[in-house]
Design a protein. Sequence first.
Length: 140
Amino acid sequence: MPDGISAGEAGLHEVHIRKADEIGPSTHSRALPGSGKGTDAKAVPAALLGPPAARGEAQADLRTLLLRGARFELGRSRDSLPAMSDVELDALATEAAEDALAAVLARLDGFRGASRFSTWASKFALHEARLKREVAEAGR
C-alpha cells in the first residue's frame, strides 16, 4: 500500500474504480494523436480542424476519450444517483461527452499547450458530467 494511504482509503479507491468500470467498458484503444509526450502540442487541434477525413478520425478519438472521462466521473458518484439504471447513467455520460466535445471544439484556440491535449480536453468531460449529475440529483 502506498505511503500515506490507509487500508480504508485504498478500499474506497478500488470501489470508485470498480463503479466507473461497471458503467461501461473503456473503448479507447489508441492514444489521441498528438497527446503523448514529445508530440507537437498543436497537432491535435490542427487535426480537429483539418481536412474532413483527418478531422473525423480525430473527433471520434476525442469523443471516445471524453466519454471515458464522463463515465469515470459519474461512476465516482454512482451512490448519489441510486434511482438511475446503468443504461440511464450511460446515456447521461454520452450526453455529457457530446456537450464536452462541442465545448472543446469551440475553445480549441484556448489550448495553450501547457499540458497534454488529452488532459486539457478531459476536464471538459469531467465538468459536463458533474453538471449533469447535479441536475439529475436536483430532479429526484
